[in-house]
Design a protein around this ligand. Structure first.
Ligand SMILES: Nc1ncnc2c1ncn2[C@@H]1O[C@H](COP(=O)(O)OP(=O)(O)O)[C@@H](O)[C@H]1O
Ligand SMILES: [Mg+2]
Length: 237
């Protein structure tokens, strides 16, 4: 099986600053990979680099195509969707308008409606609030909306940046239950940055640990839970 995404020798940053220094990993189709690391390690920058939102050098091969020189819109069109840290929904627009905006690269009107109904089934709270402004939703609902909106582009790879940030434990649990269902139903491949390492390692197949822009540990998520360093630094026991 060929990996869906391969990153090799990826160096990326902002202006004169290099944040990532030659990182490499790959993700197989259907797999979930979690990136762990302290604040400022470069997790968000990794997701942004994949999406073409930073300068970058190295290879970013998605589905056999090197996207390292491609622009954000082309990368989205190739099948990579990004749910940024802080969610980035349009707060003045309604839930339904936000979902429709997520399909801006598509022109198949009928199936866009079908997809919206499908995400309403998965996230019933969005259905109840379809006419409400996104800004009036709770944090958990906004995160669900951000994910559902990302899915409107029918991605094959979903990048999630700290989806549980600021959410209560129960809401976080509900969110991850939805993500599990998504993964099963769509065979969606995910790359997720998550500060709740316990939850993330339970959810993911593979794990990479970033330190100051370099990958220092990589392996199966299940094995990482037994790794002393990972336990001390990220699991707190
Ligand atoms: N837009 C930006 N311009 C300049 N430096 C940035 C920008 N965004 C992040 N950085 C710097 O890049 C480093 C890594 O940031 P980030 O990828 O956001 O880390 P993480 O998500 O792991 O907390 C930090 O030192 C941060 O200050
Ligand atoms: Mg971040």
């Amino acid at each position: 099986m060929n990996p869906l995404l391969t990153i090799d020798g990826l160096t990326a940053g902002y202006g004169a600053l290099a944040v990532l220094h030659g990182i490499a990993f790959s993700i197989d189709p259907g797999q979930t990979t979690v990136l762990l690391g302290a604040n400022g390690a470069g997790k968000t920058t990794t997701l942004r680099a994949i999406c073409g939102m930073t300068w970058r050098r190295g290879r970013i091969v998605f589905d056999g195509r090197d996207l390292a020189a491609s622009r954000t819109e082309k990368i989205a069109g190739a099948g990579i969707a990004h749910v940024p840290q802080g969610r980035g929904t349009f707060s003045d627009f309604s839930v339904e308008e936000n979902l429709a905006l997520g399909a801006y690269l598509r022109n198949d009107k009928a199936s866009i409606q079908e997809d919206i109904q499908r995400w309403y089934e998965l996230f019933p709270r969005l259905a109840e609030r379809r006419s409400q402004a996104a800004g009036s939703l709770s944090g958990g609902e906004q995160q669900m909306l951000a994910i559902a909106r990302a899915l409107m582009s029918r991605p094959r790879l979903l990048l999630l940046d700290e989806p549980s940030l600021g959410l209560a434990p129960l809401v976080t649990k509900e969110l991850f239950a939805c993500l599990s269902r998504l993964r099963e139903e769509l065979a969606l491949t995910m790359l997720i940055v998550e500060q709740n390492a316990n939850l993330a390692l339970e959810f993911a197949d593979q794990c990479h640990v970033l330190e100051r822009g370099r990958l220092v540990t990589s392996g199966r998520a299940a094995d990482m839970r037994a790794n002393d360093e990972v336990r001390r630094a990220y699991l707190g026991y």
